[in-house]
Ligand binder design. Structure first.
Ligand code: SF4
Length: 370
């Protein structure tokens, strides 16, 4: 008889499984979730809150799935890339990003505060350790500056595969703690919205990861931005904007032909924000393409009256890339134009470029399509 994966269940279906198949009371589901997510055990035998008899009988019908770490690479700057092999032989990657040089500045401007939150108080004393996780194997969106986009779409990740990236890396790095999660790895999260929403429920309700420390990054699937708050826990939203005219954006992000800048900005303006919340705009600076002063001025106009901050990410050249890294002068001038107009704009140093873990460099073990 095939064993049932206990991590495949949400809470109601886990309760149903335990009641119907095991004749156990519903409260056992809460205990199981606590051990699988908060205590992060990988085997039923480790659940010492259950009697030996119960552990043995449950083990004959069920198991707790994990993801296999196939490879772990560490960059010279401390970034760690985890390559996971999925049950069907596909691969995905997660990237653990060490404390950021901007962390002190973030604190000064009050970013990431969740007043009164115990978890946030603890995290404030802990060095920020951000895990960037994948939501799909490959990606259909095809941004031209991104290696994952060049793979094409392979498949959606299941909720357990999304969450297990967090649990698995946490087991590897203990006693260090993941303090922030970003869905910015392989894949477009809003193209796998149902499973991403289910994964966010598991992260926030089972693992009790603070919502304000989770960020979902999208290439701009406008209708799904509208749908997101109705179907998923309220986490931070980041939008990969990267251009200020439809012409340039469509050139580097073909998705823009479907959801142009004006419909995207309309969806963003309607996105409900918590008090002091703001939208993050990711802007990959491509030398000579989107890094002019005119672009900076248009960006200021686009973001007018939106509580926001801009992450400027100078493009990382990679093998076969058709874009250039912008000069340091142009990057600084772009940032100055934004900050002079009252925008919060932070230059994000690309980390992990030497192990292909920087933004847009994830391609797992796949050979790229020509
Ligand atoms: S940047 Fe994100 S959305 Fe665009 S192709 Fe890469 S993984 Fe997909």
């Amino acid at each position: 008889m095939a064993l049932t994966d206990l991590k495949s269940f949400d809470k109601p279906s886990l309760e149903e499984f335990l009641i119907k198949k095991e004749g156990l009371p519903a409260f056992r589901a809460g205990q199981l979730l606590h051990w699988m997510y908060e205590k992060n055990v990988t085997g039923i035998g480790e659940i010492t809150e259950f009697s030996k008899t119960l552990r043995e009988s449950l083990s004959q019908k069920a198991f707790i799935s994990t993801l296999k770490v196939k490879e772990r690479l560490t960059s010279g700057d401390g970034t760690e890339k985890y390559l996971f092999e999925l049950d069907d032989g596909n691969f995905i990657e997660s990237v653990l990003i060490p404390p950021d040089v901007d962390q002190d500045r973030d604190k000064k401007i009050g970013r990431n505060k969740e007043p009164g939150s115990k978890a946030d108080t603890l995290a404030d004393k802990t060095p920020r350790l951000t895990l960037c996780i994948s939501s799909q194997a490959g990606c259909a969106v095809g941004c031209r500056f991104c290696l994952t986009g060049k793979l094409g779409f392979i498949r959606d990740l299941e909720p357990r595969e999304i969450v297990e990236q967090v649990l698995s890396v946490q087991r590897h790095i203990a006693p260090r703690k993941i303090t922030n999660i970003v869905l910015m790895g392989m894949g477009e999260p809003l193209n796998n919205l149902k499973n991403v929403a289910a994964a966010l429920v598991r992260l926030t309700e089972f693992l009790h990861f603070p919502k304000r420390r989770i960020t979902l990054s999208t290439a701009g699937i406008a209708p799904r931005i509208t749908e997101l708050p109705q179907v998923a826990p309220m986490v931070n939203l980041a939008v990969s904007l990267n251009a200020t005219t439809d012409e340039t954006r469509s050139l580097i992000m073909p998705i823009n032909k479907r959801y142009g800048i004006s419909s995207l900005m309309q969806a963003i303006r309607r996105f409900p924000l918590p008090p002091r919340g703001r939208i993050t705009f990711e802007y990959v600076l491509l030398g000579g393409i989107n890094d002019s002063q005119a672009d900076a001025r248009r960006l200021v106009k686009l973001l007018h009256a939106i509580p926001s901050k801009v992450n400027l990410i100078p493009f990382n050249g990679h093998e076969g890339s058709e874009f250039q890294t912008p000069s340091a002068e142009r990057v600084l001038a772009f940032q100055k134009a934004l900050t002079d107009s009252g925008c919060t704009a932070i230059i994000r140093k690309s980390k992990g470029a030497d192990i292909l873990a920087a933004c847009g460099q994830l391609k797992a073990k796949y050979e790229l399509k020509k």
